[in-house]
Design a protein around this ligand. Sequence first.
Ligand SMILES: [Zn+2]
Length: 257
Amino acid sequence: MDSLHIISDGNLEVNYGRQKLSPSSFSSSTKLGVSCLLIKKSNKYILIDTGPGIFNTDENKYLMEYPRQLLVKLNDLNIQPAEINTVILTHFHFDHCGGCINTAGEPIFNNAIHSIQKKEVEYSKDNPEFSKYALPFFNTLNEYGLLKVIDGDILIENSIELISSPGHTAGFQYVKFVINNQNYVFPGDIIPTLWHINNDNIIGIDLYPEALNNAKRKIIEDCINDDGIMIFQHSLRPTMGKLVKKEKRIGFKKYPN
Ligand SMILES: [Zn+2]
């Protein structure tokens, strides 16, 4: 039986006051959830993003509220890290990929192929500020032969699409998939919370704002046309649901009801 679990890995407090920020109705400090997604498809386990793990780049900007939950919750589901077949990393920000290595600097999901876009890898190599926290993950996974660098859109397990979408970062990718005949989209940091559906909020770390907003509009439109369920990675509580076109805004119907 194919299945899907949104796994919360704790909360993250982002201090926007320390970042450059375009007009926004977010307050200077915002609390966000950090989630990972576990998909079981054709008896394979696919994990999308790994949470921040032991990693916290800059405590002045980002405060993790809880110790990491991902491994505890996987264990509650009777799944061991070694059973994960594929890890899809949407991008190299620490709250998405930090949880793929342990304190000893070894891969946690030691049988999983970790997929990342080539553009993300190239950008990290060219930008020391970005690579100071991205490259340790890249290097470790590479050393253990667990890294798959992909260039553009690919399809895995017949119905899981990794879609290249530079904007939030240089090599960002989001994920679309089908579980039990239902379409899903996991836009990651392109649409981090439900609030972002009807509000644009470009933050200092968004690399290409225009591309990000174009991608966001396309994802929303596709989700409505596909009758898909959108999953929000940074909602405080796990949130997913269908989007409904209304006259002036996009409505939301939570799933399951
Ligand atoms: Zn990010």
